[in-house]
Design a protein around this ligand. Structure first.
Ligand SMILES: [Zn+2]
Ligand SMILES: [Zn+2]
Length: 280
């Protein structure tokens, strides 16, 4: 295939340990945070309440960064956020290890454009569960930013490309910097980042295991509470059906913290142009 976004036509057929050109950095990051998290869980199986609390607050802010800023604001343009709030959320998304905004948006628009086809970068239907969950992160071709989000590949958004590595280094040592010692190093650092990673990767893997007609997206209610701060991403069938809506939990009984945050920002005059679903 000559498409620049697809260097190998069926990359999931590569051995799982072999990164795509440019993918070694992502693979190294994944190995590093998992090794540190395992060591941390052996040395400190239970965190103190303070360490757990700090970890959950950072996790939740980063999760809001991913679901509101990366997903609903930048990828789908379903609302406009106050620029300071938007950049604040982007910082915490990067601090969670969610990548920088331009590549996130490029990958995500690519996913929507070709869901479950061989061109989809993260379809379990094509590459299996582990491909969709983790392997695509280091075995697919780098995001084609010029093709999928040329409007974002400049200015402050592009700057996050360069800021990502320093922010990740900060994320790894933020526990001791906050005075929480080695327990904080592991729990506020790598353990939080591993948790955040898998809760977000479930959106590509677990919520795409449906068997209905059309694409494989599913609503997975029990994933919601586990996605601290990003509740709403678990209603992934809703999202593929109403991708133009800022609200992902479409019914009152579908909790969507991202949506509650957006409504709060709108009430405070910090969000505008919020697109609500036209339910069929
Ligand atoms: Zn989307
Ligand atoms: Zn999807």
């Amino acid at each position: 295939m000559t498409d620049s976004t697809t260097q190998v036509k069926r990359p999931w057929e590569q051995p799982f340990w072999k990164p795509a050109p440019g993918g070694a950095r992502a693979l190294s990051y994944l190995v590093l945070i998992h090794v540190l998290a395992i060591i941390g869980l052996i040395l400190f199986p239970l965190p103190s309440l303070k360490v757990l609390g700090i970890s959950l607050v950072i996790l939740a802010l980063g999760s809001l960064g991913t679901t509101v800023a990366y997903h609903r604001v930048l990828s789908h343009k379903t609302l406009k956020l106050n620029p300071l709030i938007e950049q604040f959320l982007i910082f915490f998304a990067v601090l969670n290890g969610s990548g920088h905004p331009v590549s996130w948006v490029a990958y995500h628009r690519h996913h929507h454009s070709s869901t479950d086809t061989p061109d989809d970068i993260s379809s379990p239907k094509q590459g299996g569960f582990w491909w969709a969950h983790l392997r695509w992160l280091y075995q697919s071709a780098p995001a084609d930013k010029k093709r999928w989000c040329p409007e974002l590949d400049r200015g402050i958004y592009k700057a996050w490309d360069y800021l990502e590595t320093p922010v990740i280094l900060l994320a790894l040592v933020i526990g001791p910097l906050l005075g929480q010692g080695w327990m904080g190093f592991f729990w506020i650092g790598a353990i939080r980042m591993v948790y955040s990673l898998h809760m977000q990767c479930f959106v590509n893997s677990l919520t795409h295991l449906g068997h209905q007609e059309g694409d494989s997206s599913m609503n997975v209610w029990w994933l919601g509470p586990l996605q601290v701060g990003a509740w709403g991403e678990n209603w992934h069938r809703n999202h593929h059906t109403y991708a133009g809506s800022a609200r992902l939990g479409l019914r009152w009984w579908q909790p969507d913290v991202g949506w509650y945050f957006i409504c709060t920002m709108e009430a405070l005059g910090l969000a505008r142009g919020v697109k609500r679903p036209q339910l069929r």
